[in-house]
Design a protein around this ligand. Structure first.
Ligand code: IMP
Ligand code: MG
Length: 180
């Protein structure tokens, strides 16, 4: 068994209380914008699982279905891989003609989010928007814009609340920056 990661290089950035307040605000904004509609929510695995779970339970909008896709990104390092590919896909029927809200944990370079958005756009949704808890705009290499953004961050690597470093730290209820 591998040793737990040392946690002395973590600094608390966003408390669970702050995240909870923001998630409620995002859910309220989505409810206002989707009144009378029933969108499909597509989470991008793995990082978005915790945010998605909290967001949908705050939403009053009836959700048509909850779907997931997975795009390869960083492997186990903190350096972005050049060419993200689709690893887990959804049935095209669930998206076609539907209002689709894509849920991301973070938009960093934008490379993997762009792959996901372009893939979903080809399936002819009625509308397609992105909701990301976190955004690091200074890192962007391709133009990806989220309609709903929780927190805009500087160029720091963050963990917790679904975000990992080498698969560790996803379970933390708060968000931390880590050194290195
Ligand atoms: P992008 O393609 O560079 O925009 O980012 C792809 C994915 O890398 C994100 O969806 C996250 O899962 C992961 N990622 C980017 N920045 C961070 C970070 O600061 N901490 C943990 N994961 C990150
Ligand atoms: Mg992700």
């Amino acid at each position: 068994m591998s040793e737990p990661r040392q946690d002395d290089d973590r600094s608390l950035l966003l408390t669970r209380a702050k995240i909870e307040t923001k998630v409620a605000q995002l859910a309220a904004a989505i409810d206002r914008d989707y009144a009378g509609r029933s969108p499909v929510v597509v989470g991008i695995l793995k990082g978005a699982f915790m945010f998605l779970a909290d967001l949908v339970r705050r939403m009053e909008t009836p959700i048509k279905s909850v779907e997931f896709i997975r795009v390869s990104s960083y492997g186990t390092s903190t350096a972005s891989s050049a060419q993200p590919i689709m690893l887990v896909d959804l049935s095209p029927k669930t998206v076609e003609g539907r209002d689709v809200i894509v849920i991301e944990d973070i938009v960093d370079t934008g490379l993997s989010t762009q792959v996901a958005m372009e893939h979903l756009a080809k399936l002819n949704p009625a509308s397609l928007v992105l909701c990301s808890l976190l955004d690091k705009p200074s890192r962007r290499r391709v133009p990806v814009t989220a309609k709903y953004v929780g927190f805009t961050l500087p160029d720091k690597f963050v963990v917790g609340y679904g975000l990992d470093v080498g698969e560790l730290d996803r379970q933390l209820p708060d968000i931390y920056t880590i050194d290195g």
